[in-house]
Design a protein around this ligand. Structure first.
Ligand code: PYC
Length: 323
C-alpha cells in the first residue's frame, strides 16, 4: 500500500484557521519565477493537495491554508488557498504564517520582514517577546475603490462598493441585505453574501487602475455605530472568524476615500467572534485620478498544533465538501 504524507503547522488568527503546509508537496509542482507563477503551477498540477488538506475529512468547510515557497525577492514567499480555490492575498493567513515560522525558528527573529505573495510584496513588522510573537502588522499592496455596483436583492436595491485590497471585495452595509451583525449566528450572512457576489460579478465590474475584470472573491458585510464591525464571506460560503485582514484594508480605504479617516488615524475592526484587528492608512497617492492607499493592519495569531496527514491509496473517499 502506498502512503503519501503531508506535515502542517496550524494557527488561528482571531479565531480564523491557517493550515500551513511545511512538507509533502512535490517540488516540481511548485516551480516558477514568482510566487504567483508557483501558485499557478500548483493549482494546475497539484490542486488535489489543496482539496485533501482543506476539505473534509481532513479539513472542514471553513478551513484556510497557506503554502510557503522559495523566493529571492523577499524573506518569505507564500500563497493562500481555501476549500474552493485560491486568494491572491490574505491578512489573517499572513499573520499566522509569520507567527508560526518565526516561533519555529524558520524565519529570522527580525522586527522587519518582507513577504512575496501572489498579489505582490508586503512589508511585515513583527513584535516578539521571549521567543513569542505578540503581534504582526502588514502593509498591504496598493488598495483602492473600484466602483459602486447597484444590484437588487429580494427586490430591494443594494449598493455594493467594490474595493481592491489584494483581493476584490464587495463591501455592503449588513442592514441593506437584511442581516444583523449583532446576532451570534454569523451563518445567516452566508446566503445573502453569496447571492450578492453572484449579482455583482454578473455586472462585470472593472478595475480602474489595471483595466482588468474586478472579479469579487469576498463579500464584506459591515456595521458601524458601536465601533466598526464586519463579517466576511468568501470561497463557497466560508465565514472568516477574524475581522479579515484584506477586508479590513478595504474598509480603511473606503473610510479614507469617504473623508472619514485621516492618514495615520487608527481604527479597530471587530469580526464575528469578537476578535479585532487594528489598522491605519500609512500613505496615499493618486493613479489615473484614483486615490490609492497603503493600509497597515495588525493582529495576533497562535499555533494550534502540528499535523502529519496521511493519504493511502486504498482510501477511496478522498476529499469532499457537502453541497
Ligand atoms: O484575512 O485577508 C484575510 C482573509 C481573506 C479571506 C479570509 N481571510
Amino acid at each position: 500500500m502506498e502512503q503519501t504524507e503531508f506535515t502542517t503547522v496550524d494557527t488561528h488568527t482571531g479565531g480564523e484557521p491557517t493550515r500551513i503546509v511545511l512538507n509533502g508537496i512535490e517540488a516540481d509542482t511548485l516551480t516558477g519565477a514568482t510566487v504567483r507563477e508557483r501558485r499557478d503551477r500548483f493549482k494546475a498540477t497539484a490542486d488535489g493537495v489543496r482539496q485533501l488538506l482543506m476539505q473534509e475529512p481532513r479539513g472542514h468547510a471553513d478551513m484556510f491554508g497557506a503554502v510557503p515557497v522559495p523566493t529571492d525577492r523577499a524573506d518569505l514567499g507564500v500563497f493562500f488557498m481555501d476549500t474552493d480555490g485560491y486568494l491572491d492575498m490574505c491578512g489573517h493567513g499572513l499573520i499566522g504564517v509569520v507567527t508560526a515560522l518565526v516561533e519555529r525558528g524558520e524565519l529570522p527573529e527580525s522586527p522587519e520582514l518582507t513577504v512575496e505573495t501572489p498579489a505582490g510584496l508586503v512589508d511585515v513588522t513583527v513584535e516578539i517577546a521571549d521567543g513569542v510573537v505578540r503581534r504582526v502588522a502588514f502593509e498591504n499592496v496598493d488598495s483602492y475603490v473600484c466602483e459602486t455596483v447597484p444590484v437588487e436583492q429580494d427586490g430591494v436595491p443594494v449598493e455594493a462598493r467594490i474595493v481592491y485590497a489584494g483581493n476584490y471585495f464587495a463591501v455592503v452595509d449588513a442592514d441593506s441585505l437584511g442581516v444583523t451583525l449583532d446576532s451570534e449566528d454569523a451563518t445567516q450572512c452566508i446566503d445573502p453574501a453569496l447571492d450578492l457576489r453572484r449579482a455583482v460579478n454578473d455586472a462585470a465590474p472593472e478595475d480602474p487602475v489595471t483595466g482588468a475584470p474586478a472579479t469579487v472573491s469576498a463579500v464584506e458585510l459591515t456595521a458601524s455605530g458601536d465601533g466598526d464591525r464586519s463579517c466576511v464571506v468568501f470561497a463557497d460560503g466560508s465565514v472568516d472568524r477574524s475581522p479579515c485582514g484584506t477586508g479590513t484594508c478595504a474598509r480603511l480605504t473606503l473610510h479614507h476615500v469617504d473623508g472619514d479617516l485621516a492618514v495615520g488615524e487608527r481604527v479597530e475592526v471587530t469580526g464575528p467572534v469578537g476578535s479585532a484587528f487594528e489598522g491605519y492608512i500609512s500613505d496615499t497617492s493618486v493613479d489615473n485620478g484614483i486615490t490609492v492607499t497603503s493600509p497597515v493592519v495588525s493582529g495576533t495569531a497562535h499555533i494550534t498544533g502540528e499535523h502529519t496527514f496521511y493519504r493511502t491509496d486504498d482510501d477511496t473517499l478522498g476529499s469532499f465538501t457537502l453541497a
